[in-house]
Ligand binder design. Structure first.
Ligand SMILES: Nc1ncnc2c1ncn2[C@@H]1O[C@H](COP(=O)(O)OP(=O)(O)OP(=O)(O)O)[C@@H](O)[C@H]1O
Ligand SMILES: Cc1ncc(CO)c(N)n1
Length: 287
């Protein structure tokens, strides 16, 4: 008797260095035990030092990849990463509506860890007004949340304000990742903020000392999408994703790949201890 295999479609850019984008997503899906299908939006000539060149895929061909996957494999969860242009964002938003996707995880990728731009400046409007209303959850980092809300975010209170604004725009839940924020109350921790319009939580785990942080955002949102495909409720899925990235960064702290920001250790997880959910503290906040 065959069983259904949970599957996720990632719609994102290729990172030739393998640490972020489509490659990070597929590593993570495999490590989490879900099938990964992909629709590639752009090719980047990239390594741990930066992005050397980008070649954008025409929007109709992004749609052709989505249709090929949806007409056969039927993933119930989509994850978007680098979408590059307004045309691609519009195409993905249309397709998500037509296929009535149950879950869309929107990682609003704008800039690489190296500082290179991955989304055209004039595409921010389409991301907010066309795609965000279709999303189950958006996972901005600090810079992305600042660009999307116009707020300056340096503290937990400012993270809370940004999460309320983003939720207000499209009704999606918000997980504002705090890899780049040091709150004095949570020294030594990397703290993410979860807000679903009803409840607000902090997800806190040890901050790992490493420069191998290339693709952490992609890895976190891919693990979140994988957990949704496995049927977990959103907060539990977020807790799992935070546990996964914490383990992957611990694994990454032990090796060096490339001369710049090395990637998180998605694949090394399979060789080490099982994931330990007690690494992540979940604290309920008022809002
Ligand atoms: N040094 C660290 N130690 C532990 N967790 C971290 C660290 N840096 C980031 N994280 C966690 O990784 C996840 C992704 O966060 P982050 O805000 O760094 O994403 P990002 O900036 O989008 O990543 P990138 O642009 O490099 O792909 C979050 O859960 C965050 O808390
Ligand atoms: C293709 C691609 N997607 C996302 C990121 C963000 O980490 C990156 N550096 N490259």
């Amino acid at each position: 008797m065959s069983r259904t295999c949970p599957a996720v479609l990632t719609i994102a850019g290729s990172d030739s260095g393998g640490g972020a984008g489509i490659q990070a997503d597929l590593h993570t899906f495999a490590a989490c035990g879900v099938w990964g299908a992909s629709a590639i939006t752009a090719l980047t000539a990239q390594n741990t030092l930066g992005v050397l060149a980008t070649h954008t895929v025409p929007a109709p061909f992004v749609r052709a990849q989505i249709d090929a996957v949806m007409q056969d494999i039927h993933p119930t969860v989509w994850k978007t990463g680098m979408l590059a242009t307004t045309d691609i964002i519009e195409t993905v938003a249309h397709a998500a509506a037509e296929y009535a996707i149950p879950h869309l995880v929107l990682d609003p990728v704008m800039v690489a860890t190296s500082g290179d731009a991955l989304l055209e400046e004039d595409a921010h409007h389409a991301l907010i007004h066309r795609l965000l209303p279709r999303a189950t959850v958006i996972t901005p980092n600090r810079a992305e949340a600042e660009a999307l809300t116009g707020l300056l975010i340096t503290s937990l209170d400012e993270m809370r304000a940004a999460a309320r604004i983003l939720h207000g725009i499209g009704g999606a839940a918000v997980i504002l990742t705090g890899g780049h924020i040091e709150d004095p109350e949570w020294r030594g921790h990397a703290v993410d903020l979860f807000f679903d319009g009803t409840d607000m939580y902090l997800l806190a785990a040890e901050r790992i000392t490493t420069t191998n942080t290339h693709g952490t955002g992609c890895t976190f949102s891919a693990a979140l999408a994988a957990s949704l495909a496995q049927g977990l409720p959103l907060l539990t899925a977020a807790q799992h994703a935070k546990t996964f990235i914490t383990h992957a960064l611990r694994a990454a702290a032990d090796y060096q790949l490339g001369r710049g920001h090395g990637p998180a250790g998605h694949f090394l997880l399979a060789q080490s201890a099982p994931l330990d959910p007690s690494l992540v503290r979940v604290v309920r906040l008022g809002w």
